[in-house]
Write a protein of this length. Structure first.
Length: 488
């Protein structure tokens, strides 16, 4: 038994590195005075720790897929790839927090400590192989998120965001736990593989009883990815939270929830059964509603950050659409979409944060005439907006096309049409920013301090994959194709 745990720990190195990094940052923070703003050792330690974690995950990518800790966790190429994307998202959000004026200098260290805690929860969620670990992953991720949303404690909107997040999160977790307990009562095990085997033995009456339980079970995951009807918290929390926090929420918790949803779907519902029909039907309806509600609601927004919140809801719907095909093509499309979504989201929020730091708000009008003042930044923002819309030859088009292709190959024509129509609708609000930046005269000629050489270079570097992967996407598709789900 001890040997088994030692062997398990050897495959759990990335998560242990993050725990050590989190504790190390807490200890280093205690060595600084409260008014010391130059906490360079914290920055160096955080960046180095996240990079080492990423390298550790990269080394794990070609390892054998297996279960660890008595089958409670799964280490496979799918979970490892999604964890790598989450680590990159954390790196991007952390650097943004160091340059953002929205996070108080005294709380910048707290941001990265909490972000690492949420990242650990997300990595647990991506590898969870039973209901207990899934719940632990969701709660680890959620509880710290409530605090992070209210990080700007002297701002009423930030405090409101944290309170709303906590209230909605508590309710959804309770609903999920009720569904889990009911599933356990009927099936008699919390292990995913054991549950899948027992579901096949259920009679018609038991299956009817199980259907509402799985809907309740979905509530907890649906809340983390802001899927309709569990999306109500997202716009207010995204708008009220500091922009680096919003950036982090739009990537790490969302992709962690998508990872868990993919694993649950493929383990429980990949075989033909009444439950599979119910689940696929539920995912189709939720995907269509999530895309539509997200895009339609984004149209009338005045805040770019709030618009991006509704946009992230619609992108969650697109990734859910890739699930309904119940095959490897759908998983490959979701993984590729997650990679592209990472870069598009980071660039959009970076530029929005810098504009907000300058003017005190992120209304669309603040972007007027940006092309005349900072042409490279306007070009980068335009590229990302075109990519989010799904216009060729950018990576966003390839990502959406892979989802559509997976739907068409499995004859889900209606959902594919809904996705295409929603992409057309999204063009209205994405291209609104492009129009303001290029066709309107600037409100002022004041210098925007955040657009220094280093930040412009970083933004251009993060935009490059959106262009390159739209043309040379084969190599990344191979990575996505190799991100296979291990079902013990």
């Amino acid at each position: 038994m001890y040997l088994n745990y030692l062997a398990s720990i050897s495959r759990y190195i990335p998560e242990l590195l993050l725990v050590m990094l989190m504790v190390g940052l807490i200890l280093i923070e205690t060595t600084y005075a409260n008014d010391d703003k130059n906490k360079r050792y914290i920055f160096i330690t955080a960046i180095s720790g996240l990079v080492v974690t990423f390298i550790s995950l990269l080394l794990n990518l070609d390892g054998k897929s297996e279960t660890i800790f008595n089958n409670s966790m799964v280490i496979d190429s799918f979970s490892t790839t999604m964890k790598m994307i989450m680590v990159l998202g954390t790196l991007g959000a952390y650097y943004l927090s160091t340059i953002s004026k929205e996070i108080y200098e005294s709380l910048k260290t707290e941001f990265i400590i909490m972000a690492i805690g949420i990242l650990i929860g997300g990595m647990i969620l991506a590898s969870a192989n039973n209901m207990l670990m899934m719940y632990i992953g969701i709660e680890t991720l959620s509880i710290i998120s409530y605090v992070m949303a209210a990080l700007k404690k002297n701002d009423e909107r930030s405090s409101e965001a944290g309170l709303k997040y906590a209230l909605y999160g508590g309710i959804s977790s309770g609903i999920m736990l009720f569904g889990m307990s009911h599933i356990f009562g009927v099936i008699g095990t919390i292990q995913f593989t054991g549950m899948a085997a027992n579901i096949a033995k259920l009679d018609h009456t038991q299956i009817l009883i199980m259907m509402p339980s799985f809907v309740l079970f979905f509530a907890g995951i649906g809340y983390k990815i802001a899927a309709v009807p569990f999306h109500m918290w997202s716009p207010d929390v995204y708008e009220g939270s500091p922009t680096p926090v919003t950036t982090f929420f739009a990537i790490v918790p969302k992709l962690a929830g998508i990872s868990a949803l993919v694993r649950v779907t493929m383990i429980f519902f990949s075989t033909a059964s009444p439950l599979s029909v119910m689940w696929v039907g539920l995912m189709m309806v939720i995907a269509a509603l999530t895309m539509t509600v997200g895009n339609v609601s984004a149209i009338g927004q005045k805040s770019v950050k709030r618009m991006l919140a509704y946009s992230s809801i619609s992108h969650a719907g697109i990734m859910i659409a890739g699930l309904v095909v119940l095959n490897k093509i759908g998983i490959q499309a979701i993984v590729f979409y997650s990679m592209i979504y990472l870069f598009m989201t980071l660039v959009a929020f970076y530029i929005t944060n810098i504009v907000q730091d300058k003017y005190g708000n992120d209304h669309f009008e603040r972007f007027q005439g940006l092309a005349y003042r900072y042409p490279y930044m306007a070009i980068m923002m335009s590229i990302v907006m075109f990519s989010l819309t799904g216009l060729p030859p950018l990576a966003g088009f390839v990502a959406k096309w892979n989802i559509i292709n997976s739907l068409l190959s499995s004859k889900f024509y209606t959902l594919a049409i809904v996705l295409v129509l929603n992409s057309v609708v999204s063009a209205y609000y994405y291209l609104k920013i492009v129009r303001l930046m290029t066709l309107k005269q600037p409100e002022s000629t004041e210098e925007i301090e955040g657009f220094g050489f280093l930040n412009q270079f970083i933004i251009v570097a993060m935009t490059a994959p959106v262009i390159i992967l739209g043309i040379f996407w084969d190599s990344v598709m191979n990575i996505a194709y190799n991100a296979k789900l291990f079902i013990p």
